[in-house]
Design a binder for this molecule. Structure first.
Ligand code: WT7
Length: 678
């Protein structure tokens, strides 16, 4: 076993020791109103009926031209869904609802400051704003179908407006999480070859108005150094008509959208019929190696899958008020704040800021005031809300019928608090397991059909057929009690199409591991490697144990350890860097950073701070190391590999085990002593 696997395996073992919990059942009231109560769905979506079963998902959309081939495998493992079909995501999320719901709220935008009014954007207003901005993209920015455009926007109504305006024209949007640095934005501009950046001047976070425009200037400078010139920056304003950023606008490059809009008043842009297989967007995700992967998602397959899973797993009806607290800068926000809910004609909430600002009751006041009935968040947020305000939910008059947890395994204890306090014992919970790459859910209970089990993601979705392999490629059966590599045997419409510009990396990362014939055109020969370890209980429920590779999940955000290490190495004084995950009761994990300095350089608190700041500048505050430990040397194997497992044990105050085989065992005690003093 390689050393990096052993780190993750020890974590996995902790998780396996969770006990199997009792089932929880949905109420009769929930079942009576649910979108999916037909048990035959599992049979209809069995492998025998694959791939034709997915016609049910495609039929949730309106098509300009209906497809002729449901699944084309000729370019395996780049699968093509709904070939021959033409569709437009903007039309399906906006225009098609005007007939019945034009006066209904599509988006509630809730500003972080409580004295500012919530903005309620109807479907009619969304239609107008998407059209006018699409006209700017086409006629002012000169963008057309197939062009990529980078968005670096915070949580605001203008973000889905921008995405839907791009989708209207077939422009491929690539939204970079607003909290990411200018450097991270630059890397994504370069990789996607964007010549237009869309951003915002400022936004509120924890009560402070942050200058966001400055990141655009940093990003453009760095992108240009790497050979990608951005010629136009479109800047939305936090307060329309007012500049809220001290960073000056650059003439003939930066434009306030609100100034441009005056010339596009009343503009209408016909949605372009897009071939189902043309990309809708890119979403970058961290991997084990430094360079983030641009996951390319399709238009037809992705939208059908986001819509279908929103309808059947999230149980969204057009009458529902739905609040997902994720950020649109992540895939959860794309699929389950924007595309899925809007495609179903629901009201979706966008909250600008921190759920605990200004106090622990804020989230529940929003739920009460907007009469939210479907709630969606991650274990990290649930743990934070539980810690600072365990009794808060009971003080507010709201009632959820349905709640989601997503992003990492949830401890049964936390699950039970979520169920009892947040859900008031009335709401069902779905624990949805999936990934940026998969476009939509892979495992979850069906809310009205399968009972819940705390700590388990549940069975696979209808039409998803997982298999757990051991290292040798043998199948680990349900109830074996053994963890292995969870793979998906069959393609599904939401799966990403490739890594932008890097098909080889796509194949080698996700499909090579258990493929036996690289020339095969049969999907049965190409299991999709999720990279997660999992165990399957006797009842068929899957428990996900975490990543096999070394990615640290901080507050539900996936950070590559290699990315953090390479950021630290930007400091000239640093010789070696090693990042290990430290358990944190709210964030899940935090990165702890060990640094060996170059010879002749003295350790100091200033230097440690400089390294920490560099990591934040390079990646974003989210990657801020818990500690920066300047050590005399790293514990190493005789072949010179850094023993991250040993460092992880030290950071987590655990027994380091047998270190006598190391090249430098004495350093272990030295580091332990040093950390005790801090
Ligand atoms: C990784 C994907 C899913 C969208 C947000 C994160 C972990 C995700 C669960 C869950 C246990 C989970 C996995 C997965 N994960 N959901 N319900 N239970 N683990 O997307 O950043 O691509 O991360 O998050 O390890 O591979 P992502």
């Amino acid at each position: 076993m390689s050393e990096k696997e052993s780190v993750e395996t020890s974590e996995a073992q902790i998780a396996v020791h969770w006990q199997e919990e009792e089932y929880y059942y949905p109420s009769a009231k929930f079942i009576a109103q649910a979108n999916m109560t037909d048990e035959t769905i599992y049979e209809r979506f069995s492998l025998d009926n694959f791939p034709n079963c997915y016609k049910e998902y495609a039929d949730l959309l309106e098509w300009y031209e209906y497809w002729h081939t449901i699944l084309d495998t000729s370019d395996a493992p780049c699968w093509k869904w709904f070939v021959g079909g033409k569709v437009n995501a903007s039309y399906n999320c906006v225009d098609r609802h005007l007939k019945d719901y034009k006066n209904k709220t599509a988006i509630h935008f809730v500003p972080e400051l409580e004295n500012e009014k919530t903005e309620h954007i109807t479907y009619q207003e969304l239609y107008v704003r998407v059209n006018e901005f699409a006209a700017i993209l086409r006629d002012f920015a000169g963008l057309k179908k197939g062009d990529r455009v980078t968005l670096h926007m915070p949580m605001c109504a203008e973000l889905p407006i921008t995405m839907l305006a791009c989708a209207r024209l077939g422009i491929i949007h690539s939204e970079v999480f607003g909290g990411f640095s200018g450097r991270a934005c630059a890397d994504r501009i370069v990789d996607s070859q964007s010549r237009v950046l869309i951003t915002m001047d400022a936004y509120y976070r924890s009560g402070k108005l942050l200058d966001h425009k400055q990141n655009a200037d940093i990003a453009l400078k760095l992108a240009e150094e790497d050979g990608q010139v951005v010629d136009k920056v479109l800047v939305w304003q936090r307060y329309a008509g007012k500049d809220s950023s001290p960073t000056p606008m650059v003439e003939n490059r930066d434009y306030f959208v609100n100034d441009l809009l005056k010339d596009y008043y009343g503009a209408r842009v016909d949605p372009v019929p897009i071939p189902a297989e043309d990309p809708l967007f890119l979403m970058y995700t961290s991997g084990t190696t430094g360079k983030p992967k641009g996951c390319q998602h399709s238009t037809g397959g992705y939208l059908a899958y986001a819509t279908g899973t929103s309808k059947y797993i999230l149980d969204i009806h057009p009458e529902d008020v739905y609040w997902c607290m994720a950020d649109i800068g992540w895939i959860t926000g794309h699929s389950y704040i924007v595309y899925g809910p809007l495609s179903l004609g629901a009201s979706t909430i966008i909250y600008e800021g921190v759920p605990t600002y200004p106090d622990a009751g804020r989230a529940w006041r929003i739920a009460q005031d907007l009469d939210v009935n479907i709630f969606h968040t991650a274990p990290t947020a649930i743990r934070a809300l539980r810690k600072i305000g365990p009794d808060e939910p009971a003080k507010y008059d709201y009632h959820f019928k349905h709640m989601t947890t997503v992003g990492e395994p949830i401890e049964p204890e936390v699950w039970k608090w979520y169920h009892k306090e947040v859900g008031k014992g009335e709401a069902i919970i779905v624990d949805t397991w999936w990934q940026t790459e998969t476009g939509g859910f892979l495992c979850s209970t069906m809310p009205a059909l399968t009972p819940m089990k705390p700590g388990s993601a549940g069975p696979a979705l209808p039409g998803i057929h997982p298999v757990i392999y051991d290292e040798e490629g043998d199948v680990l059966e349900a109830g074996s009690g053994k963890a292995g590599n969870i793979c998906i045997q069959n393609p599904w419409p939401g799966a990403f199409q490739t890594i932008w510009g890097d098909r080889d990396r796509f194949v080698s990362t996700y499909y090579e591991r258990y493929n036996t014939d690289p020339n095969s055109k049969d999907w049965r020969d190409w299991p999709y490697l999720t990279g997660d370890a999992a165990v399957q209980a006797e009842d068929g429920y899957y428990r996900i144990l975490g990543r096999i590779d070394d990615v640290i999940n901080v507050s539900g955000h996936r950070l590559g350890t290699k990315e953090i290490e390479s950021a630290a190495l930007v400091c000239a004084e640093v010789a070696e860097a090693a990042v290990v995950p430290v358990n944190h009761d709210i964030k899940g994990k935090e990165p702890d950073l060990y640094i060996a300095l170059k010879p002749g350089i003295d350790a100091s608190d200033e230097l440690a701070k400089k390294i920490s700041d560099t990591v934040c500048d390079e990646i974003g505050k989210i990657a801020k190391p818990k500690g920066v430990w300047l050590v005399a040397d790293m514990p190493k194997t005789r072949s010179g590999k850094i023993m991250r497992r040993v460092l992880a044990s030290i950071s987590n105050d655990k027994d380091v085990g047998d270190v006598t085989t190391l090249a430098n065992p004495e350093i272990v005690t030295e580091i332990q002593e040093m950390m005790k003093k801090k």
